[in-house]
Design a protein around this ligand. Sequence first.
Ligand SMILES: [Fe+2]
Ligand SMILES: [Fe+2]
Length: 408
Amino acid sequence: MKYAILGGSFNPIHMGHLFLADTALSAFGYDRIILVPAYSSPFKLGAQGASPKDRLDMLIASIPADPRLTIDDGEIRREGVSYTIDTIKDIRERYRPEGKPGLILGDDLARDFHKWRSADEIVSLTDIIIARRLSVEDLPFPYPHKRLKNEIVELSSGNVRDRIGSGEAWSYLVPPGARFIIEDRSLYGLAKKPDTAITRERIADIENTVRTMISPSRFLHSRNVALLTQDLCIRYGDPYGACLGMDPAAGYLAGIAHDMCKSLPEAELFRLTQMDGKSVSKLERKKPTLLHARAAAVLLKERFGIHNKDILEAVRLHTMADTEMSPLAKAVFIADKIEVSREHVSAGLRDNGSFDDLDTLFAAVLNETVAYLRSRKLSLSKGTLRLLEVMKGTRTSGQSAAGSGGGF
Ligand SMILES: [Fe+2]
Ligand SMILES: [Fe+2]
């Protein structure tokens, strides 16, 4: 396979990067461009605003389903200052490219290329491609190279950062996945969106929309989940002190919204899921309907303007439990499995008022759910398996998961 390398800080990745990669692919017949985010570029030490992880996450979220692009995190994993020659050798070793890999350099870097560590060796190991960033004239470059006759896009990461910091328009200068992460993590000085109060009117608006998105029986299930989650918030919430974040209205909203993407086509589920910046697991790829939970969290945020982290997490995790779950997420998980219209619920869980605390009830519900899935030979998510491991390790013999149908 013929590769070309495009390195940079990608702080953040923007449309100019993708346009450049796209142009190089079609101009020189490469099969794939390897995007290499720098841990800390030797020429941009101290670049502020986003951590290496943020920058890597933005890259990953920006190129879904494009097989012509890939990301290599070798420099970030190595940490410290990486020199281009080290990266080239590493990539040649691991990717085994057909012929010399291309190395795309902007003409802004060409002038000082002779100062780079092992410049001559870089020239001998790669096909250097000089891309236009500063000038449509061919700036002098005294080494063998090819010229990419790309159009200059007046866009830089610094420009995007400045715009975000100063409140100017920037959203469409970066790919949607990167935008989502910038907003979600308030990068580059972006002000957090104020979360307006979750009023009953606002919930009613969302509920009315959800009703049009799913079947009547699915809607009744959602309403039952909303009511039971609200009840659990009242029962296990603030009076116990340990369960902060269990606001009954938030519980109702999470419950009403948790399955709103259940009837969406798979392509739409994948499209929405891309926006949360997380990768799609093997299990999710095998069973895309599982993505309805993540898609609902994205939609709740993007379309309905809900930014409450507890609510979004509760919706996102309702199909697949994980080790880090807030009390609200546990409440929605419980309600989704045992609300009154659910079948296969043991008498012990139907009569759940006897559980003293949320964690014990959660353990019992998880236990019974896992037993049921296993009896039907259905796969468990990695998150669920991790959680089972943690619970196995921390349970004492006195903690019985009352009403459960199976053991950990
Ligand atoms: Fe669901
Ligand atoms: Fe559900």
